[in-house]
Design a protein. Structure first.
Length: 104
């Protein structure tokens, strides 16, 4: 199993445990409420979306990564295309960040 499959598997687990929110408004609400521990933005999201979430996550000190495509992110959580996702479980967020940084 390669790295992308592991990240998508962790997102799938998070979604099944209801530890993920998706969609611009919902993700923004989770970040501002302090409930988001990681924000994932699709690499093919618009520049405006990337900039908006980058600025918001810097301000609220929430880790942010650009990963996957809108289609793969949506598929991982059992939805249609999603440009952004927030992980609301600290343990899963930490695992995803570690996997992306080290590949293990």
């Amino acid at each position: 199993m390669n790295k992308p499959d592991k990240v998508m598997s962790l997102l799938s687990i998070a979604a099944k445990g209801r530890n993920v929110v998706s969609g611009g408004f919902t993700v923004e609400k989770a970040v501002k409420a302090g409930k988001a521990f990681l924000v994932i933005v699709a690499a093919d999201a618009s520049d405006n979306t990337k900039k908006t979430f980058q600025n918001m996550c810097e301000f609220y000190e929430v880790p942010i990564v650009w990963y996957g495509t809108k289609d793969t992110l949506g598929h991982a959580i059992g939805r249609q295309m999603r440009a952004n996702i927030a992980v609301t479980d600290p343990g899963l967020a930490k695992s995803i960040v570690k996997l992306l940084e080290t590949g293990k």
